[in-house]
Write a protein of this length. Structure first.
Length: 406
């Protein structure tokens, strides 16, 4: 919308004030005090009407114009007009739409104007204004009061200007409170959206870690079993059948685990991974042809399902890394210590030539070592991975709490 259209309501109000003021000026010829020349009074009317039109869009300019008009009246002794009550509109506009400096200036203007009335204004101007408004009895009373009329005039003026000024200030703060509420609601909506995005990303990262652990472990076991079949005698059909059966079992178990992971992300109830499944992981590695020395110290304790899943996935990733990067002619050592928390330790020997390489996968996307660390830290546990040179081994140790942290 063009700017001039936005100004139309303000200009209309100003024209109404201008028309009322001009009618009052023309009517002064029939009054008791027609001493002021019409041009000076018309100039006052034009100034007040212009200030009213500016009070919403340019409150500072409106306040300045009012002061210019009033100062001219005080200096020249020009008669007060009834239309000057429209200054209350300017008082409202400065408090409602003005800047902080304009609001302060308008607040100070009201008592300053009252002081000017008391100290400098001529009594004849005040009496003429009352009489022109038709208050002849009030003129007679104020003449009888002597100098006390000035105090009454000051209090009346402060009330006429102070009430609309306070109303404008109240609406100003009410509007600010409404804008603040809207901003707060918008900020809360953005925060909720950000939290939802973060939650979805966490779920996505969790799904990637779960699929990585399940598929990586099963493929490592299947690959080891397939490689071990190469060393079977050609006549050992039973050994070949056992190997193929182990491969099929590993693939079937992997498929079930992937389905379980996908079902959990879809909101379906996931089957809890129990303590016995840790033993099944060890047995699965043994079936692939790797020698595994498993030790369990202490009395196993019941764990919440979410902690059982963490322990299962961490041990699964540890064994996967041991199969992929460990020596096949050396056993993989698995220890489980129930000492308050569950401490799982997996150690595997590495070749001398591979000592300078990183045997444990730390790929992007929170997988490998980083994925295990995140899993454990999410439930209050932690992970330690160390490489030893004598003998050359890699040891991964995980501490899993047996109770969900508060």
């Amino acid at each position: 919308m063009p700017d001039w259209r936005a100004w139309m309501p303000d200009v209309a109000v100003g024209l109404v004030v201008l028309l009322a003021g001009l009618i009052e000026v023309l009517d002064l010829d029939h009054r008791l005090y027609p001493s002021d020349p019409r041009p000076a009074l018309a100039l006052v009317v034009v100034g007040i009407a212009s200030a009213v039109a500016l009070s919403r869009r340019q409150p500072a300019a409106a306040l300045t114009l009012v002061w210019v008009v009033c100062a001219m009246q005080v200096v020249t002794g020009t008669q007060l007009l009834l239309v000057e009550l429209a200054i209350a509109v300017v008082a409202f506009g400065t408090a409602r739409w003005g800047t902080a400096a304009t609001v302060l200036a308008s607040a100070l203007s009201i008592p300053v104007a009252a002081a000017i009335v008391v100290l400098w204004i001529d009594s004849g101007v005040f009496y003429s204004a009352l009489d022109s408004a038709g208050f002849r009895s009030l003129v007679a009373q104020t003449v009888g009061w002597g100098d006390r009329w000035q105090v009454s005039a000051a209090l009346l003026g402060m009330s006429v200007l102070g009430v609309p000024w306070l109303a404008g200030l109240a609406l100003r703060f009410s509007d600010r409170a409404r804008v603040s509420r809207r901003s707060q609601e918008a900020a809360e909506a953005e925060r909720d959206q950000a939290e939802e995005i973060a939650r979805l990303r966490d779920q996505q990262a969790q799904l990637a870690r779960d699929v990585h652990d399940v598929v990586g472990h099963s493929l490592a076991v299947i690959l080891a079993q397939a490689e071990s079949a190469q060393y079977l005698d050609d006549v050992d059909t039973q050994g070949l059948k056992r190997t193929m059966q182990n491969i099929a079992t590993s693939a079937r178990t992997s498929l079930d685990d992937v389905r379980q992971v996908l079902a959990s992300t879809a909101g379906e109830a996931a089957r809890p991974t129990r303590h016995a499944d840790l033993d099944s992981l060890v047995e699965g590695v043994r079936a692939s042809g790797h020698e595994v020395v498993s030790t369990e110290i202490g009395t196993p304790q019941p764990m919440p399902p979410e902690l059982e899943v963490v322990a299962f996935r961490v041990l699964q990733e540890m064994l996967t890394n041991a199969i992929k990067h460990g020596r096949r002619d050396q056993p993989v050592r698995v220890e489980r210590h129930w000492e308050g928390d569950l401490r799982i330790e997996v150690a595997n020997a590495v070749d001398h030539a591979a000592e300078e390489t990183q045997p444990i996968q730390t790929g992007p996307g929170g997988q490998g070592v980083e994925g295990m660390r995140r899993r454990l830290e999410a439930v209050g546990g932690h992970l330690d991975v160390r490489r030893r040179t004598d003998p050359p081994t890699y040891t991964a140790t995980a501490w899993v709490p047996v109770r969900t942290p508060a």
